[in-house]
Design a binder for this molecule. Structure first.
Ligand code: NAD
Ligand code: AKB
Length: 314
């Protein structure tokens, strides 16, 4: 077995913390180097190496890759949809240049594998709303979606032209309790739990009937690791795979929370994020991922809601 040494960039974020901890369980604490712009993360402290690093500084990144004998990079640093609309130039710059820096270094240092997530945000108002297919009309309206779609084609290009084994998933909105979300349109589905437990009420920034594809973090971590461990010959998509778990509206998640907290109430005050949510599909067809590497989700809405409430209360 090849001895892998993994660098996670953006390790202090919503996905980064949980993915780093999961990778450390598989590959050993010392073999997974966490890195982020942030100096440290209390949830990662004492669990393995952590370096402060800016993905935009290509030379420093390159030095770290050589010095630490890195064989795989997981690139999670990005600006998400809602924050991106507030600063489109910064979002484009970080999301694109960060990826190009990593792909270039992967090519030069002949890294074994690279992971980079895309998003359902690649889809736009002209994409099918229900069971949105792997290949379809893709006309994103956010800078985040544009950067993800361009990024998907850079991944494909580096794979086809230079043989870089880069793999990617189009995550739906991710729901988790360990680390706070980083500025997305789907963040309401996390805030709602904290408000339900602390204040028994929530003001939602999306309309009650806004259906979006969502996934619980354990499924997202499982999908990421299964994709990265699949034999290269099974990977037919080198842009990014559709994956899916559940779809619900604010009204439906509120009803599921009410089964556990009967006094919980929700009201709706849509803001600029409504337009972003309206542009995305309501459900995703992930049959290509299921065929290629046996993807199957494990959590539906009620199972996720119970687990979230139990863990946040703890
Ligand atoms: P996040 O905002 O929670 O975390 C990103 C991390 O990157 C932060 O800790 C931040 O400090 C770090 N970072 C920012 N700029 C950096 C830089 N220049 N150098 C190094 N680190 C830097 O984001 P997340 O939710 O964990 O998302 C991770 C990836 O997954 C992103 O590419 C995102 O687009 C994608 N994704 C996330 C979701 C979701 O619902 N969370 C859904 C679809 C796709
Ligand atoms: C966001 O809302 O921006 C993210 C995503 C779906 O990419 N959660």
């Amino acid at each position: 077995m090849i001895k892998e040494k993994i660098l996670v960039i953006g390790a202090s974020g919503q996905i980064g913390v949980e993915l780093t901890l999961a990778l450390r369980k598989i590959y050993g604490n010392a073999n997974v180097v966490a890195s982020d712009l942030r100096e440290q993360n209390p949830l990662l402290e004492g669990t393995g190496p952590y370096v402060s690093l800016d993905v935009m500084n290509k030379e420093m990144l390159h030095v770290q890759v050589i010095r630490q004998n890195i064989t795989q990079i997981y690139l999670l640093a990005a600006i998400l949809s809602a924050t991106g609309e507030k600063n489109p130039n910064l979002a484009w710059h970080l999301n694109m240049q960060g990826l190009l820096n990593v792909l270039d270094i992967a090519r030069e240092e002949k890294l074994n594998k690279v992971y980079w997530p895309s998003s359902i945000a690649v889809f736009g108002p002209t994409s099918p709303k229900q069971n949105c297919p792997q290949q379809t009309i893709i006309e994103p309206i956010t800078v985040y979606g544009i950067s993800k779609y361009a990024g998907e084609f850079w991944c494909n290009y580096y794979n086809q032209r230079y043989g870089v084994d880069v793999r990617s998933l189009r995550y739906p909105g991710l729901i988790s309790y360990k680390s706070a979300p980083g500025g997305g349109t789907t963040d309401y589905a996390i805030e709602i739990f904290h408000e339900a437990i602390e204040n028994k009420k929530y003001e939602c920034f999306l309309q009650e009937d806004t259906y979006l594809p969502m996934m619980y973090m354990p499924d997202a971590i499982k999908a990421t690791i299964e994709l990265m461990e699949a034999p290269a010959k099974n990977i037919s998509i080198r842009t990014s795979y559709n994956i899916s778990a559940m779809s619900f509206s604010p009204k439906e998640i509120a009803a599921s929370i009410k089964k556990h907290i009967p006094e919980f109430s929700i009201h709706y005050k849509p803001d600029y994020r409504q337009k972003i949510a309206n542009s995305w599909p309501q459900s995703i067809d992930d049959s290509v991922a299921a065929n290629d590497w046996n993807w199957k989700s494990g959590y539906d809405l009620d199972k996720m809601v119970k687990d979230m409430l139990d863990n946040i209360k703890k």
